[in-house]
Design a protein around this ligand. Structure first.
Ligand SMILES: C[S@@+](CC[C@H](N)C(=O)[O-])C[C@H]1O[C@@H](n2cnc3c(N)ncnc32)[C@H](O)[C@@H]1O
Length: 353
């Protein structure tokens, strides 16, 4: 396969200028429009040779090979064309997450041997990306982490991501985090009233409670996380965002922590995990204030009708447990897979007398 047709030098007319006059002559050539900006000047002993379209009066000119300036590609597609054959360019997945300095991409199996070139193309077009990692499996296990492999740039997956002024440090591949849930975090944060007590279950590195705290600092929250790596960053992120004393990080299983530490205390319960949430509705109720509270729960539903079945199951479960329940709001958060959508439900619950 032929990858690159990149001509690095070309024969062009050059004006010879003594080194000490180089800067002033360069400016004059630029003003007069004679300087060819696509080529790099070359040094020759005590002289600099500038590439020009025609020889200016009073100067000596020669024909020389000038290095061609590498132009920054304007799009990923353009960058990929520098590195890959055309038919491969069409198969590269063009949308991917950027988490701080790390880009996380999915490389189709048929392009796996070209992964390093794809990574280089991404580095060329995104100046803030310093590491490109490829997914090497789906999100997995209870920690919901996704294994990745660095394919270009620095081998450093510890990164800092910013959202609404919130700083989030995390390690890609060892902790769960999705920038795609940014609006969902904002949407919930805007509902929070001063003085609320919040149970942030499945807290990860802390994005939900920290975005809430950013918009409504007058809260108390506890954030429970099982993955020790994620918990380490949760603690760090609470400190980085000056939320100590407001958000209490707890390492452990929500099923043990909630009933032992904070039974029936929360005005608002967050369960931001569509895979786990439905198996932990009992824990959500154990966290909830009997006089009335909001539970934000998540599920996966078929994209033709993602709500109906899950809504019915959630309401039935709460009712069976002796709680009145009403859906205040439901929405598709994002497409999860070709057939499934991630949906959210804001449910008001109140213990029946
Ligand atoms: C889908 S991630 C969501 C993380 C975070 N809320 C976010 O949006 O980035 C689910 C998180 O729940 C944690 N987790 C899984 N089971 C848990 C349990 N029983 N108790 C506490 N945390 C748990 C996982 O380690 C993971 O970090």
């Amino acid at each position: 396969m032929v990858f690159i047709l990149h001509i690095s030098v070309q024969n062009v007319l050059g004006v010879i200028v003594p080194k000490k006059e180089a800067e002033s002559v360069r400016r004059r050539l630029l003003q007069s429009g004679l300087l060819l900006k696509d080529y790099q000047p070359i040094r020759d002993g005590d002289h600099v040779i500038f590439p020009v379209s025609s020889c200016p009066d009073g100067f000596e000119c020669v024909e020389r090979e000038f290095p061609v300036r590498k132009k920054k590609p304007r799009s990923l597609e353009e960058a990929l064309r520098e590195f890959l054959p055309e038919d491969a360019v069409q198969h590269v997945v063009k949308s991917f997450d950027i988490i701080g300095h790390v880009a996380v991409i999915r490389v189709p199996d048929e392009l796996w041997d070209l992964r390093e070139k794809i990574g280089e193309a991404i580095l060329r077009v995104h100046p803030n990306v310093r590491t490109v990692a490829a997914e090497v499996g789906p999100h997995q296990g209870v920690f919901r982490v996704q294994p990745v492999e660095v394919i270009a740039g620095e081998p450093n997956l510890v990164t800092e991501y910013r959202e609404f002024g919130v700083r989030l440090r995390l390690e890609v591949g060892k902790t769960y985090f999705s920038p795609r849930l940014s609006y969902e975090r904002y949407r919930i944060a805007k509902q929070v009233r001063p003085g609320e007590f919040i149970a942030a279950l499945f807290a990860g590195v802390g994005p939900f409670p920290l975005v809430i705290h950013r918009f409504q600092p007058n809260i108390r929250a506890y954030a429970v996380e099982l993955n020790p790596d994620a918990y380490k960053y949760l603690v760090e992120n609470i400190r980085l965002n000056h939320a100590e004393g407001k958000i209490e990080p707890i390492l452990g299983d929500v099923r043990d922590v909630v009933p032992e530490r904070y039974p029936h205390r929360a005005d608002r319960v967050l369960m931001p995990s569509p895979i786990l949430a439905e198996d932990f509705l009992d824990v959500a109720l154990a966290a909830t204030k009997p006089s009335g509270a909001i539970i934000h729960t998540y599920a996966l539903g078929p994209n033709k009708d993602p709500f109906a079945e899950k809504e019915y199951e959630i309401l039935r479960y709460f009712n069976e447990q002796g709680w009145d329940a009403k859906i205040l709001n439901k929405r598709v958060v994002r497409s999860y897979s070709p057939r499934l959508d991630q949906v959210s439900f804001d449910v008001f619950v109140k213990k029946r007398e």
